[in-house]
Design a protein around this ligand. Structure first.
Ligand SMILES: [Fe+2]
Ligand SMILES: [Fe+2]
Length: 351
């Protein structure tokens, strides 16, 4: 796709091909449009639902918005491994453990695709890590809640990965090419994550009364934090209007939240579990479910760093970063060794 999917030896060649194609496209466009400026060209590309690519001119604000959003997304994937990793050693069966391992590894992969996408905007992965560790970039507030029982793994898959899908499917059509392409791959894997969570909850909900109770308790605790994943209400959303004009964001926070509620309300019935909202009911006039909004004051508190697990998550992340220093050093030394000109072989010396 891009970034580290290219073999090192082929990368240069692909870059040259991309450069040549871009030159041709620019020349053709100049002749058609009579040399209008870069900003007009950018606006026209976005309006025509074409993709902006890394070497295209883009407004500073567009670049900054994308870096902030993609970095926050990448950090969320990496930090998001922690709540479920808590249950890797306690999964109830070998099969469940293998599935959960695969899922947690997928999340690490999502982080890597996204850091690679952010790097195409001219910021290094190291810089983004530093900003996260210094608390200057955020990750999704949902990962600051604890996983108290095995059913939480099911609730995370069903609700948290489910909310991620609703949020991220429109991003597959985002105006920035590398981000949009990364999202296509990520969304395919998120679908598997959501299914596995749903299946865990279905199994528990159709098991013993104790298991059903455990599943219901997990849904009770994860429902409102999952609704809050869509961000503040549209009336308070600071970045939304500009992001929608740039086609980074395609739907408003409240539209996406509604779509998620409508999806879950029906799935809960099949699960045999109750969504913890006494006011949840179908509204035929709106063609959608009415529901109780999450506690946005709680969301802001968690974003400010005062959720139940913020400090533990960041402490773990810092420790993992420090413990991994030797891996980064070894990888850099290995890359440097292979980049250096090869020493002459014995045959070449004696020829
Ligand atoms: Fe993910
Ligand atoms: Fe996921």
């Amino acid at each position: 796709m891009y970034g580290n999917d290219f073999a090192a030896s082929g990368g240069e060649l692909l870059d040259q091909v991309a450069d040549a194609e871009r030159e041709l496209r620019a020349a053709a466009d100049r002749s058609v449009r009579g040399g209008s400026d870069e900003e007009t060209y950018f606006t026209e590309l976005v309006a025509a639902d074409q993709k902006i690519e890394p070497r295209d001119w883009m407004p500073d604000g567009y670049r900054k918005t994308l870096i902030r959003q993609i970095a926050q997304h990448a950090h969320s994937e990496i930090i998001g491994m922690q709540p479920e990793a808590n249950w890797l050693t306690r999964a109830p069966t070998l099969k469940r453990k293998a599935i959960l391992l695969a899922k947690v590894q997928d999340e690490a992969g999502h982080g890597l695709y996204l850091y690679a996408a952010a790097e195409t905007l001219g910021v290094s992965r190291d810089t983004l890590y530093d900003l996260l560790l210094a608390g200057r970039q955020k990750y999704s507030s949902i990962f600051n809640y604890p996983t108290l029982s095995w059913a939480d793994v099911g609730a995370i898959g069903w609700l948290v990965d489910g909310a991620a899908i609703v949020n991220q499917v429109p991003l597959c059509r985002c105006s920035y090419g590398p981000y949009a392409r990364a999202m296509i791959r990520i969304c395919k894997e998120e679908s598997f994550h959501q299914r596995q969570g749903y299946e865990i909850l279905y199994t528990l909900a159709h098991g013993t009364p104790g298991q059903k109770e455990m599943a219901q308790d997990a849904v009770d605790r994860w429902w409102y934090p999952s609704l809050a994943m869509f961000g503040p209400p549209d009336t308070d959303s600071t970045h939304s209007a500009q992001s929608m004009a740039w086609k980074i964001k395609r739907f408003s926070n409240d539209d996406l939240r509604q779509r998620f509620v409508d999806m879950c309300a029906q799935q809960a019935t099949v699960l045999g579990l109750t969504i913890p909202d006494p006011d949840l009911r179908w509204n035929p006039d709106r063609g959608a479910y009415d529901y109780t909004a999450p506690d946005y004051a709680e969301l802001m508190e968690v974003i400010r760093g005062n959720g139940p697990c913020n400090r533990a998550r960041m402490a773990n992340r810092r420790a993992a970063h420090e413990d991994g220093a030797w891996v980064r050093e070894a990888a850099a030394a290995y890359a440097a060794k292979h980049a250096a000109p090869a020493a002459p072989t014995a045959e070449a010396v004696h020829a």
